[in-house]
Design a protein around this ligand. Structure first.
Ligand SMILES: *Cc1c(COP(=O)(O)O)cnc(C)c1O
Length: 419
């Protein structure tokens, strides 16, 4: 299997090369040259992923990579709501209590097999990615991690998860926005001194090493739902940069029983506007209660548009619901009345379930729960009037000592702390 660039002017590469380079040399994103059709009704991680690793050096290690990366539960619970029921796919049982753990752990296992010499993972984070990457690479021989996060713009518990590791992980609070952090990372990757001095490698969400493993839970959940009910579920996915939603579309293209993908967004409604107007236009980012989805210009849209180039194809496979902060609050309160506690991101998904566009009459849906509500307790607890129990993995992280340094939003500022 070869991987090609969405912009079509880079040579095809193997999956290891695509994972190693992140972005294609022409600035495009790597996508598989075709989607291997599945023939199995029985799920295994290897059966989903093996076709994408065929003829690659990592193929031999795939089953070991899977067993090390996928070491926590991803339960599909059926929830009754009045007369109907729906599936809830809980992706938040990993070490940092958000779905980013799945991609980060798989990427780390791949990276440690691709590189023989030491590497530095440089990552900008708006909240959840940095913690997941730190947890996945902490104490991993041959790797250092540098995390940049925007000062004062992540939740207290998110910040703790970014700053509690020590040893091979260093965290920096940047006097600027997430965009500043991302700009610094981009500049470092374009700078010969930075690239060669630190042997930089990237772990951002456009890396196929993060997208591929996310396909596995959609394959598994759709097969399980079908086995249990005889029906084909659609997936409702709280979305920002659209990596998780594209992984679901890739699983659908491989033939797993997925009806349609609903991209539930917060007030950042670029995708919803595209679906109604047929003209793709990124918008400036708006800050919302679901901060991990505050993206006005989602990078994985390029992959979605590569997959479905015409608006008709896009509408056939994708719908979107944009959810305001007030509707997020309303959804959390209503869920709690039904015995469920959701994080603000998951709440966009449950709101979308109850407010699907009138064209969507399909009865079977799985909503994806992307983070544990205890990570966003300052938003959730006042709404439900009760405290959210902290899961053990998060508890043990919160018990560690936090340690970070503050820097101005420049590479010079970062360099001064490192050399
Ligand atoms: C990253 C994140 C999202 C958005 O996922 P994308 O793949 O960027 O669309 C949603 N919810 C949570 C909790 C996240 O951390």
């Amino acid at each position: 299997m070869k991987w090609i660039s969405t912009r079509k002017s880079s040579p095809p590469v193997s999956v290891s090369q695509a994972i190693d380079s992140g972005l294609a040399p022409d600035g495009g994103l790597y996508v598989p040259e075709f989607f291997p059709k599945t023939s199995t009704q029985d799920f295994s991680y290897e059966s989903v992923l093996a076709p994408f690793f065929e003829s690659d050096p990592l193929f031999q290690s795939l089953s070991e990579i899977c067993s090390k990366a996928f070491n926590f539960e991803i339960p599909l619970r059926m929830i009754r709501q009045g007369k109907r029921s729906y599936g809830m796919l809980e992706l938040f049982h990993g070490p940092t209590a958000a779905f980013k753990d799945v991609g980060a752990r798989f990427l780390a296992e791949c990276q440690s097999r691709i590189h023989q010499d030491p590497r530095t993972v440089l990552v900008a984070t708006s909240g959840d990615t940095g913690g997941a990457v730190a947890a996945a690479f902490h104490r991993r021989p041959g790797f250092n991690v540098i995390i940049l996060f925007p000062k004062g713009m992540v939740s207290a518990r998110q910040q703790h998860q970014l700053t509690c590791w020590g040893e091979n992980v260093k965290a920096f609070s940047v006097q600027g926005t997430f965009d500043d952090c991302q700009r610094m990372v981009k500049q470092a990757f374009q700078d010969t001194w930075w690239r060669t001095h630190f042997h930089l490698t990237s772990a951002n969400s456009i890396n196929v090493g993060r997208l591929l493993p996310q396909m596995t839970y959609y394959a598994k959940a759709s097969l399980a739902y079908q086995k249990q009910t005889g029906q084909t579920p659609g997936m409702i996915i709280p979305s920002g940069n659209l990596g998780n939603a594209v992984a679901a579309l890739w699983a659908k293209e491989c033939g797993y029983p997925i009806h349609k993908v609903i991209m539930a967004t917060n007030a950042n409604r670029s995708v919803a506007d595209y679906l109604s107007s047929g003209i793709w236009k990124a918008h400036p980012t708006i800050a919302t209660l679901a901060n991990a989805m505050d993206v006005g210009n989602p990078s994985n849209m390029e992959r979605a548009l590569h997959l479905y180039p015409s608006i008709e194809q896009f509408r056939k496979n994708v719908a979107s619901v944009s959810v305001s902060d007030e509707e997020i609050r309303q959804s959390i309160v209503e869920g709690y009345r039904n015995g469920e506690t959701w994080c603000p991101h998951t709440a966009t998904g449950t709101f979308a379930l109850n407010h699907l566009p009138s064209s969507e009459s399909h009865p079977d849906w799985i909503v994806v729960a992307t983070a544990h509500p205890a990570k966003f307790e300052t938003i959730v607890e006042p709404l439900i009037g009760s405290s959210v129990p902290i899961p053990p993995s998060l508890q043990s992280i919160l018990g560690k000592k936090s340690n970070f340094e503050e820097i101005p939003a420049t590479l010079e500022g970062l360099k001064a702390k490192l050399v």
